[in-house]
Design a protein around this ligand. Structure first.
Ligand SMILES: NC(=O)c1ccc[n+]([C@@H]2O[C@H](COP(=O)([O-])OP(=O)(O)OC[C@H]3O[C@@H](n4cnc5c(N)ncnc54)[C@H](OP(=O)(O)O)[C@@H]3O)[C@@H](O)[C@H]2O)c1
Length: 270
């Protein structure tokens, strides 16, 4: 099986679970050998050899401009090469992500879509981790808006079930955590688990974008990234989904359990 984004937050967990079940796993990423790059179609092809199913975690984001063209174009080639089964990771409430889903569905592949909430692991493995370590998270989420943070471990378990179970073909799952939590409350839970003081400062999305650019992030990334954040954090996603329960027959892992495990790993130690 092929795991695109197989070194990332969800992909490496998907790859590890598949390997533990005895599947032969190939990772698609720029750092893989051979290298696979979404932005360079000349690198596409070798990753498909001998593959019958693939997990797709597009980078930078399935809701970004150009994602539908890239992922749809790759999926057409994959289906032509004999790959039948595709599991696509997208985000909830993103118009761009829906276009990406439609582009992949149009290939006629046996598709399962996982529409995920905001990942808990953004606090420990992505753009929020340095702020947590520094003692203050400055972010463009209204603390009064609840988000059902989802654990990447749950996404991976759902993805593996979808890749290996025919009953998930044609389904779209809303993959979230079990409860709504405002960003200030989430940071407080991270702080409690880490045993340190970490504050939360909400800022307007424009100010967050300007801060990214001032820190050296190219505007070509900061603009679509913050446009997406403005979309998904405006309250439209303030509801819990049932994807984990439908696929795995159990409740999703709670944010407090995630925070305790991440703290035990020492990820927020300074
Ligand atoms: N973060 C969230 O809260 C959230 C919420 C909902 C949905 N999502 C979805 O999650 C997806 C990202 O998945 P993730 O968070 O598991 O990944 P991730 O942690 O961001 O890791 C990115 C992965 O993609 C690879 N990659 C980066 N640039 C690439 C390129 N140009 N060509 C080929 N591979 C590339 C990376 O490896 P190399 O660096 O070696 O290439 C790595 O394996 C996005 O499509 C987004 O829509 C995220």
């Amino acid at each position: 099986m092929l795991v695109l984004g197989g070194t990332g937050k969800t992909g490496r967990r998907v790859a590890a679970r598949l390997a533990a079940r005895g599947h032969r796993v190939r990772v698609g990423a720029r750092s893989a050998a051979p290298s696979f790059d979404w932005t360079d179609r000349a690198t596409w092809g070798p990753e498909l050899e001998g593959v019958d199913a693939a997990y797709i975690a597009y980078s930078p984001d399935a809701g970004f401009p150009g994602a539908a063209e890239a992922v749809g174009g790759w999926a057409r080639r994959a289906v032509a090469a004999g790959v039948r089964r595709l599991v696509l990771l997208t985000g909830r409430g993103e118009a761009g992500a829906v276009r990406t889903e439609e582009a992949v569905r149009a290939t006629g592949a046996d598709l399962t879509v996982l529409r995920a909430a905001f990942f808990a692991q953004n606090f420990s493995e992505d753009f929020l981790v340095d702020m947590v370590r520094g003692g203050r998270v400055v972010f463009c989420a209204d603390p009064g808006v609840g988000e059902p943070f989802v654990d990447a471990e749950d996404i991976a378990e759902v993805a593996v079930a979808a890749l290996t179970g025919p009953e998930h073909i044609g389904r779209t799952y809303d993959v979230t955590g079990p409860r709504l939590l405002g960003f200030g409350a989430a940071v407080a839970e991270v702080a409690a688990a880490a045993g340190r003081e970490v504050g939360y400062t909400p800022v307007p999305v424009g100010a967050f974008r300007d801060g990214m650019v001032a820190d050296g992030v190219p505007a070509g990334f900061a603009d679509p990234f913050t446009a997406l954040l403005g979309e998904v954090l405006d309250g439209r996603n303030a509801h819990v989904g049932d994807g984990v329960r439908r696929v795995l027959g159990r409740e999703p892992r709670d944010f407090a359990a995630y925070a305790a495990a991440a703290a035990a790993d020492g990820v927020w130690d300074v």
